[in-house]
Design a protein around this ligand. Structure first.
Ligand code: DGP
Length: 114
């Protein structure tokens, strides 16, 4: 998508701190971290949110969850614990309309974090 922020990050038009990448996904540090570890996992195929899952293959979707686990391992929080969040729509305060999964950890989580 031409003007999608995360598509622009994928194309390298906006710099990002890469944490992980594979055939289907890209992961990078959130610009406004809400926890000691806060990364975003995005599919390389643009869909707006979880509501757009029909635009992904099951393999692409599964890759997102595998990437979340890999990010947690690379960031050293897989054993201590982490949270995966995907905000969908206005009430969830989704601000970037490219499906993404927040991976949060490195500290005790508050109930409503991210
Ligand atoms: P959400 O509110 O769920 O749509 O989360 C969007 C996240 O994207 C938010 O935590 C901040 C992050 N973000 C926004 N713009 C940028 C950017 O240019 N670079 C990076 N690394 N993260 C961004």
């Amino acid at each position: 998508m031409e003007n999608c922020l995360f598509c622009r990050i994928l194309r390298g038009e906006i710099p990002s701190a890469k944490v992980y990448e594979d055939e289907f996904t890209y992961a990078f540090r959130d610009i406004n971290p809400m926890a000691a570890v806060h990364c975003l996992v995005i599919p390389k195929t643009h869909v707006d949110s979880l509501n757009g899952l029909d635009g992904l293959t099951d393999r692409q979707l599964a890759a997102c969850l595998h990437a979340c686990r890999e990010v947690a391992r690379l960031e050293g929080v897989d054993k201590s614990g982490y949270r995966v969040v995907s905000n969908c729509g206005d009430d969830a305060c989704q601000s970037v309309h490219h499906l993404h999964f927040h991976v949060l950890g490195g500290q005790k989580m508050h109930e409503a974090m991210a």
